[in-house]
Every structure is written in structure tokens, then in C-alpha cells.
Design a protein around this ligand. Structure first.
Ligand code: CTP
Length: 231
């Protein structure tokens, strides 16, 4: 494997990728939160695979229990809004964004300063007001220019059609479709859908194997774009 920095075509600067991983946590009160089952394994494996190929990687991680891959700069965040700010800042100087995080779509409208007590609800039912979190991927990809953006879609039912529509709606170069069996699992089946019409299925592969393929895909695309610009 090529362990030297992967230069952009026509430039000696190494390629720089931002990878997001893991869940976000949206606090209800100081001790309770809304979150999801994401382990962060896919994003961490992609960060590791890119770094092994000489890519400069900024890994923006939600709360996970994984070790930082060698050679990767890690920024820890908790909430979707913190992740949004960190992704926006890091992507400003990067060539590619791989948005593998499972961002919570909603957050409590208010975070209570003290513990939410039983007596604060009704006898048998209580309500939690929620506010929409920003769609980090869509908002960053809107002004991406020629930089590469890869999104993920966890779908049930007619997943491919939905993923294709997300690819266009969020202005992505590629979307990686998986199903709920991927959550917190070591193996996964994914379909990689490119904006260029490409389609590749990887069935029941380890997340590390999938990460290798995705890392190659990202590097090839970024190099092709910069070669096109240079030539
Ligand atoms: N994403 C994001 N910000 C959000 C929600 C999702 O950046 N607030 C990113 C994820 O990191 C992932 C992709 O968008 O790359 C997933 O998009 P989407 O499927 O729209 O998220 P869901 O919440 O699963 O969508 P829906 O409930 O509409 O199916």
C-alpha cells in the first residue's frame, strides 16, 4: 500500500478529507439525552483507511468508545449543532467530506437546567417538545463547489429510490446505502451510488473492507477532479 502522502494532481499538498462518525447526543436535562445506536465503526474505519493512504484526515466524532486511528486528527463533539460547526470549519480547508455520522434529526426544544422530575409530567403521559436539527450534509454540500461530498443513507423499504433522491436533493457526489442491519454490527451490506450513475454492491462485508473500497473511491474521484482542473 502507498504510505506516502497522496498528493493532489498538479500539487504537492496532500489531500485533506473530513470524516464524521458516530451518533450525536441531544440533552433533555443534565443526565438524559436522545441518541441512536450508531457505534461510529464505519466512519472510524474510513478515516483509518484514508490515513493509511497518506490522506490528511480530520475525524469529527460524536460520543463513541473507539480509539483514534493512527495519523488522524480527531475532534470530539456531542450535539448535532456542535458537529455542524466543526464540520463547516474543517471542510473549509478540505477536498472531501465523508458524512458517516448518524446525526439526530431532532433535539429537545429546551434543555432543562435541573433533572426532569416525574412530577413535571402528567400521571401517566408526558410530552417532549422537539426542534429540528440542521441537516449538516445538505447545508455544507450546497456550496461545496468541486469538492467531493459522500453521504450515507440508512433506509428500510424502497431504499434505492430514496437514496437516489437524497443524492440529488442534498447535492452529493455519492451516497452509500445501507439497511438497519448495519447499526452497531461488524458486517454490513451496502450499495454505493454515484452521481455519475455508477452503482456498486458490497454484500455482507466487514466495515473495514467496505471502508477500503470507499477510501479508494474518494481518492480516485478527488484526483480525477483535480487532474481535470489542472489539465
Ligand atoms: N445528516 C446530516 N445532518 C442531519 C441528518 C443527517 O448531516 N441532521 C447526514 C448523515 O450523516 C448521512 C445523511 O445525512 O450522511 C443521511 O441523510 P438522511 O437519510 O436524510 O437522514 P435521515 O435522518 O435518516 O433521513 P430520513 O429520516 O428523512 O429518512
Amino acid at each position: 500500500m502507498n504510505r506516502r502522502a497522496a498528493p493532489r494532481a498538479g500539487s504537492s499538498k496532500p489531500l485533506h478529507a473530513v470524516v464524521s462518525a458516530g451518533p450525536t447526543r441531544e440533552y433533555v436535562d443534565p443526565v438524559r439525552y436522545l441518541s441512536n445506536e450508531s457505534s461510529g465503526r464505519m466512519g472510524f474505519a474510513i478515516a483509518a483507511a484514508l490515513a493509511r493512504r497518506g490522506v490528511e484526515v480530520t475525524l469529527i466524532a460524536g460520543p463513541v468508545v473507539l480509539a483514534t486511528p493512527a495519523g488522524v486528527q480527531r475532534i470530539d463533539v456531542v450535539s448535532a449543532r456542535e458537529m455542524h460547526a466543526a464540520v463547516r470549519k474543517a471542510f473549509g480547508k478540505a477536498d472531501a467530506l465523508i458524512m458517516a455520522a448518524a446525526v439526530a434529526d431532532w433535539r429537545p426544544a429546551r434543555k432543562l437546567a435541573g433533572k426532569w422530575r416525574k412530577k413535571d409530567g402528567g400521571n401517566t403521559n408526558a410530552r417532549l417538545d422537539l426542534t429540528r436539527n440542521p441537516d449538516i450534509l445538505a447545508s455544507v454540500a450546497r456550496s461545496k463547489g468541486e469538492r467531493l461530498v459522500m453521504g450515507f443513507a440508512l433506509e428500510t423499504g424502497d431504499g434505492e429510490r430514496r437514496a437516489q433522491s437524497k443524492l440529488r436533493r442534498k447535492n452529493l457526489d455519492c451516497i452509500v446505502l445501507n439497511d438497519e442491519s448495519a447499526l452497531n454490527a461488524t458486517r454490513s451490506s451496502v450499495t454505493i451510488l454515484g452521481r455519475d450513475g455508477s452503482r456498486r454492491e458490497l454484500a455482507r462485508r466487514s466495515k473495514e473492507d467496505i471502508a477500503e473500497v470507499l477510501a479508494e473511491w474518494v481518492i480516485d474521484k478527488v484526483r480525477a477532479t483535480s487532474a481535470h482542473r489542472a489539465g
